[in-house]
Design a protein around this ligand. Structure first.
Ligand code: NAG
Length: 544
């Protein structure tokens, strides 16, 4: 998709640079746009691009990269059997929990470095942003000490989950007060608690993300005069969600994986009655996805980093949670909602008033008159990972019975227009890359064909798109490029290890994988070899 980080929010580049320079050879970064790519190198298993080796990567970018060892989704699943989705929870009081899952009593340690520099850089980037006036759901009040109006839980509680594979979150119930500029969320207990406790987390969905200010959650131990309970300047009746933007957003796939999907999971239960407090705020992002964000929260988002008020809430969730890349695990959705990826896509269809919730039916199109043809959208990438024989592919798809349209949406295309356009198709086809994210707008039951570049990239392709697409209840088809179909063969010759031994390239680490298989490769689809895949797509639509 034309998004590949083109419009990356400023400030990040320098914030990130020093970090990755320490870890990587930066030589080949030039020429690519800057979107972080996180690749998990877990012990030695970069030998294989197995699920344990690759966890976290942007489909589209080979620019700046971060490596980290994190748990594989497989491990997460294993964890969930043992302990409620691998999420460990720390409870601070004996107040009944909302869910009946077992909770581990565990105190998190805190560390207080707060990325002031990056924060300031980001602040400079966003001078023009000012939070709008608060509207409904808010009452301005004169400051007063120990305001205890909003308190559904007698003494309040803090429930933190910091053992998941990607994200750290804390849920704070009771009399909760935020100080945005200080990045603090404070629970003021109604009666004295035995101990003061503190957690520090990054509210971005990937805990390893640099350049994101940390938020400190404090449970005060007493309500006495000497305890530093800040007085409310604004009292909200609705709960709040604190989360950070920036990070990897700007890449279309990350916009969904890192923000829209998890924000949907965190906020859907409130039916719009929730206040978003956004750290590292990105006005362009909120503008781009305004229709979605507005349906999740009726209230104007507050720019947390510049919010000098003390806001009081009955409940604050700090941080969003990612279950799987660009996906939802129903069992892990909060408050027992069992949300699914199809709930998310149905929500998007409603949000953008997309007319089609089912693809074309080919079942009853036998004799009478003009047959309608199923429509195939062919994603055309302008730069790397291009399809070099588009006309041939178009011809093959037409021969298979499709009406074909070639699409190369720009980054600044209106999401609504794109959504409507994609929704009118029955098949979405493209080389592994952010454009396939548009699958979210397809009618349920439509088909996605992912063309997987040469070089043992299937596990990555499945993690980024294959699994999420299946969870959207779309039909997922994969077409793997052979060496003969890859431009790498003519570029490097048959004896180059990149051609002869992809596993050795994976063993050497992510740099070369990204450089060659994602960065320098274009593909020439062998249309004869591809024909059965097109036939499968037609077959599937016949069964609709
Ligand atoms: C928020 O915290 C900062 C830093 O501790 C403090 O200087 C400021 O006065 C607090 N804001 C309010 C409104 O109390």
């Amino acid at each position: 998709m034309g998004s590949d980080g083109k419009q990356l929010p400023g400030g990040k580049q320098s914030a990130v640079k020093s970090w990755w320079q320490r870890f990587l050879n930066v030589g080949f970064v030039a020429g690519f746009l800057l979107v972080l790519l996180t690749y998990a190198v877990v012990s030695q298993q970069s030998q294989r691009f197995g699920p344990a080796a690759v966890i976290d990567s942007s489909p589209d970018d080979v620019a700046a990269m971060s490596r980290q060892a994190i748990k594989a989704p497989g491990e997460e699943a294993a964890g969930s059997a043992q302990e409620n989705g691998g999420e460990e929870k720390a409870e601070t009081t004996d107040t009944p929990a909302e869910d009946s899952a077992d909770h581990h009593h565990q105190q998190q340690d805190t560390s207080g470095d707060s990325n002031q520099d990056q924060q300031q850089q980001q602040q400079q980037q966003e001078q023009e942003w000012r939070p709008k006036e608060d509207r409904a759901g808010v009452t301005e009040e004169p400051p007063k000490r120990d305001d205890t109006n909003a308190k559904p839980f007698d003494n309040g509680k803090v429930v933190c989950a910091t053992a998941g594979p990607y994200s750290d979150t804390c849920d704070v119930f009771g009399d909760v007060r935020t100080n945005g500029t200080a990045h603090t969320v404070t629970l003021v207990p109604a009666t004295s608690l035995p101990e003061r406790r503190e957690w520090t987390i990054k509210p971005y969905i990937r805990r390893s993300m640099s350049g994101i200010p940390e938020v400190t959650i404090t449970q005060l131990d007493a309500t006495s005069e000497e305890s530093p309970a800040p007085a409310c300047t604004v009292t909200h009746r609705v709960p709040a969600i604190v989360f950070a933007l920036g990070g990897l957003t700007g890449n279309y796939w990350h916009d969904f994986s890192d923000a829209l999907v998890p924000l949907f999971v965190a906020s859907r239960r409130y039916g719009g009655e929730v206040q978003l407090l956004v750290s590292n705020i990105q006005p362009w992002w909120l503008g781009k996805y305004e229709a979605v964000v507005r349906r999740l929260s009726k209230y104007d988002a507050v720019d947390l980093d510049r919010d000098d008020k003390i806001r009081c809430f009955p409940r604050v969730t700090v941080g969003l949670r990612m279950h799987k890349e660009f996906d939802v695990v129903p069992e892990l959705a909060p408050d027992g909602q069992r949300l699914t990826m199809t709930d998310f896509t149905a929500f998007l269809r409603e949000t953008y008033s997309l007319p089609r919730s089912a693809p074309i039916s080919l079942r009853n199109q036998n004799e009478d008159g003009q047959r309608k043809k199923p429509r195939l959208m062919l994603l055309h990438r302008g730069h790397y990972r291009k399809l070099v024989n588009v006309p041939e592919i178009v011809k093959a798809a037409e021969e298979a019975g499709f009406e074909v349209a070639i699409s190369d949406p720009r980054f600044d295309v209106k999401v609504e227009e794109l959504a409507r356009s994609v929704n009118s198709f029955d098949v979405l086809m493209g080389v592994h890359g952010a454009g396939l994210t548009n699958a979210v707008f397809l009618p349920k039951g439509a088909v996605v064909i992912q063309v997987v570049p040469y070089g043992k990239m299937e596990p990555l392709a499945r993690l980024d798109f294959g699994d999420p697409i299946v969870d959207m209840e779309l039909r997922y088809l994969e077409y793997s490029i052979t060496a003969e179909e890859s431009t790498l063969l003519e570029m490097l010759g048959p004896d180059h290890p990149v051609i002869k031994d992809p596993e050795s390239v994976h063993r050497s680490g992510w740099d070369k994988v990204a450089e060659y298989y994602l960065g320098k490769q274009d593909v020439r689809v062998d249309v004869d070899r591809f024909a059965p895949t097109l036939a499968l797509a037609i077959d599937h639509l016949r069964q609709q």
